[in-house]
Design a protein around this ligand. Structure first.
Ligand SMILES: NC(=O)c1ccc[n+]([C@@H]2O[C@H](COP(=O)([O-])OP(=O)(O)OC[C@H]3O[C@@H](n4cnc5c(N)ncnc54)[C@H](OP(=O)(O)O)[C@@H]3O)[C@@H](O)[C@H]2O)c1
Length: 246
């Protein structure tokens, strides 16, 4: 699966997990990658492995910084992946600071990036915008509450983008994985490695490379084909609540 004409691919959250794997896979498929995240040391290390790539320190919650960094770049493929969960307790015990962080990153971060990148794509009448949603944006699970709400919102934004900007040459995709082994659980449990490890005990999650593979499939289809929604489950996971463990 190869990309034509060395397109410029933005990947937000490229310093870890799915974003890092996506950057590698897009580069291998023929893209020049623009690596965005807050941890620049990690971005620099990755850029050294991917000739022709660039890095940009970016907090997607900062609307003006996102606009400034991206508005003048002719981005062909935008992978809006930066995201996180904080905590897994019930709403009645939730911390509003965690809610702000999830909603500001997962929902408004997508909006800020789309606002900066989409006008150029529409002017050029081509481009791919891929949102990292989740099965958590399709099914709620206990303790998922605000994270679920943020990913349901991402699904709504995917549908809204199709309506607001559809039919003008740009393709929109929502890529919705089930459980993927990344730093996601460590971030969710604020560095508690035992709690994070327990998430994947006795089951085989997706690897970030599995998600990146689906992404590359979507963006390498002929221009008249838009892979709209991809739902990717680990085989042992039958819903957001049901995982077969050994
Ligand atoms: N892992 C799963 O099971 C799973 C399943 C479905 C969907 N997802 C979604 O997949 C996406 C990637 O998650 P992951 O599993 O790869 O987690 P991860 O390994 O923790 O990576 C998250 C990435 O997001 C970046 N990020 C977080 N906040 C940011 C901000 N404010 N500005 C810019 N970048 C930010 C992080 O970079 P810095 O900290 O360096 O900024 C990091 O590169 C998320 O949207 C997540 O919701 C994950």
């Amino acid at each position: 699966m190869k990309l034509k004409n060395n397109p410029l691919a933005l990947v937000t959250g490229a310093s870890a997990g799915i974003g890092e794997a996506s950057a590698r896979a897009l580069h291998a498929a023929g893209a020049q990658v623009l690596l965005a995240a807050r941890r620049t040391d990690r971005l620099q290390a990755l850029a050294e492995e991917l000739p022709g790539s660039e890095t940009v320190q970016l907090d997607v919650r900062d609307a003006s910084a996102v606009q400034k960094a991206l508005q003048d770049r002719a981005i062909d493929i935008a992978v809006l992946n930066a995201g996180l969960a904080r905590g897994a307790g019930p709403i009645q015990e939730g911390d509003p600071a965690d809610w702000d962080e999830m909603l500001d990153t997962n929902v408004k971060g997508v909006l800020h990036c789309a606002r900066a990148v989409l006008p150029g794509m529409l002017d050029r009448k081509r481009g791919d915008m891929v949102l990292l949603g989740s099965v958590a944006g399709r099914q709620v699970y206990p303790g998922g509450n605000v994270y679920n709400a943020s990913k349901f919102a991402v699904h709504a934004l995917y549908q809204a983008l199709r309506l607001d900007a559809g039919g003008r040459g740009v393709r929109f995709t929502t890529l919705d994985p089930g459980m993927v082994q990344t730093e996601f659980a460590e971030v969710r449990y604020r560095g508690d490695k035992d709690q994070a490890k327990a998430v994947y005990d006795g089951m085989q999650p997706l690897a970030p490379e599995d998600v990146a593979d689906a992404l590359v499939y979507a963006v390498t289809r002929p221009a008249h084909v838009n892979v709209g929604e991809i739902v990717l489950w680990p085989t042992c996971q039958s819903s957001t609540r049901d995982v077969a463990r050994t």
